[in-house]
Design a binder for this molecule. Structure first.
Ligand code: SDX
Length: 429
């Protein structure tokens, strides 16, 4: 006998099936509540609502656990972190064998260039163009040159287009940076690994190649790994909603990029750096920052703090904090003023009852910007970097939604507008 939940309302007693996930998540299936009883539940931020069954990523917010396909993220943090093997894991569901890894890397190398006409698209952008606008437009633009992948009929096609997007987002990101800084475009180098190639396209000059240091290449792999997926966050949920209409992978990922842009989501890493810079320039003290964040009449938030799911230290922030210490020591900038301000803010917040009572801890965005900045990546490109890391996760989430061939996601509402109202002709208004 399967478990049931019961709701008694307005003299009715309604039973619902109860499901349990492999890690103990318990859900009440209310999908028939409206069709059979014309009743709804109300959960505007979907904080208590599961919209899918997924095998991609598991998070335990109370224990600070994050696993990709069951593997704890800490297992990917070692002497040479490898974003591409994590991307493969998210896409295929298993870590690649040596042959699978080689074939996947070949697909990435063979697809690192952009279609030549897309370069003209970049040549006309103003210096002030928001990078996330350019990125989401370029993602949809790619559909114009890969129409054979608008419909995906088999796993090989899926892996091919996934590799193409994961390879090209790197080239697109570097072109956005180069064009908005009026620099000549640098073509990818097929003899370089994923992250080294990206840094080459970002920072080489036609007459002097950028020297990739192992520390920076490893730090970039680590940042991309830690951003690779995060179950049903705002942007991944957006990808699923768009995918549920049977929209193609390009459109769904472009929508995910737009959702990530917001300062409460992926835009937070930009807001963190702007907050730290403002403190450094004397416009604000750490103590004033904390005070503003606690003031209900002030819209200011302590960016990089708090999380819908983590009510403990975000495990990614813990790893990034240690990486900052390592990389800054290597670069002999361990006394970086912004890093010291971040540490001071964290110390103040974690000893303040406002943050303690609300279980507000540093999240992935609190330290990621400091590491990206140490690589020379400008602040306005930080959310683009977040998207580069998150792309394999979005694609994996899209695939689950696509393969489930479920119903279109179309929520209901509680209507609180006018009751039936007469039409007043213009000459009588
Ligand atoms: C990401 O979902 C994901 O998985 C996202 C992400 C991913 O990998 O995809 O992890 C990436 O988006 C990380 C979050 C980045 N955003 C920020 O750092 C922006 C600052 N943080 C907040 O805006 C907030 O914490 C959110 C958006 C992250 C979470 O919002 P919730 O879950 O809706 O929480 P809430 O706004 O209801 O806050 C609960 C309470 C409120 O106070 P009370 O009304 O209870 O008195 O905590 C307060 C909030 O005012 N609060 C903060 C705060 N975060 C929450 N107060 C000051 N500063 C903050 N940062």
């Amino acid at each position: 006998m399967s478990e049931k939940a019961t709701l008694s309302i307005r003299g009715k007693c309604i039973e619902f099936p109860v499901y349990e996930g492999t890690e103990g998540d318990v859900a009440v299936d209310i999908s028939q509540l409206y069709p059979e009883h014309k009743l709804m539940t109300y959960d505007p931020s979907l904080a208590s609502t599961a919209v899918c069954r997924s095998t991609v990523t598991y998070i335990d917010g109370d224990k600070g656990i994050l696993r990709y396909r069951g593997i704890p993220i800490e297992k990917f943090v070692h002497e040479s972190p490898n974003f591409i093997e994590v991307a493969y894991l998210l896409l295929a569901g298993n870590l690649p064998t040596p042959e699978e890894g080689k074939a996947f890397r070949r697909r990435l190398t063979e697809n690192e260039l952009l279609p030549e006409p897309m370069e003209h698209y970049f040549s006309r952008v103003p210096k002030t163009a928001p990078p996330m606008a350019l990125l989401s437009a370029a993602m949809n633009n790619l559909a114009c040159y890969h129409t054979e992948f608008l419909e995906l009929d088999n796993d090989d096609q899926f892996m091919e287009i996934s590799a193409r997007l994961i390879s090209k987002i790197r080239t697109i990101a570097s072109y956005i940076y180069r064009r908005t800084h009026y620099l000549p475009l640098i073509y990818p180098n097929p003899n370089m690994r994923y992250c080294a190639n990206f840094l080459h396209m970002m920072f080489s000059l036609p007459y002097s190649p950028y020297e990739v240091t192992p520390e920076i290449e490893d730090a970039l792999n680590l940042i991309l790994i830690l951003h690779a997926d995060h179950e049903q966050n705002c942007s991944a949920a957006t990808v699923r909603v768009v995918a549920s209409s049977r929209a193609n992978l390009f459109a769904s990922c472009a929508a995910g990029i737009c959702a990530l842009w917001g300062s409460l989501h992926g835009g937070a890493n930009v807001a963190v750096m702007e907050m730290l810079a403002r403190i450094h320039e004397g416009g604000l003290s750490p103590e004033e920052c904390i005070k503003m964040a606690k003031d209900k009449n002030n819209p200011f938030r302590l960016f990089g703090f708090g999380h819908r799911v983590y009510k403990n230290y975000d495990p990614r922030a813990k790893i990034l904090r240690a990486a900052c210490d390592r990389v800054f020591a290597k670069l002999k900038t361990q006394n970086d003023p912004l890093l010291n301000i971040a540490r001071r803010l964290e110390e103040l917040a974690l000893s303040d009852s406002y943050f303690i009572d609300r279980k507000l801890y540093p999240n992935v965005d609190f330290y990621s910007g400091l590491l990206l900045r140490s690589m020379g990546i400008p602040t306005n490109m930080f959310t683009v970097m977040f998207a580069m890391g998150r792309l394999p996760g979005w694609i994996a989430q899209w695939k689950e939604q696509h393969d489930a061939q479920g119903r279109i996601i179309r929520p209901r509402q509680i209507y609180v507008g006018n009751n039936e109202t007469d039409y007043t002709p213009e000459n009588m208004r």
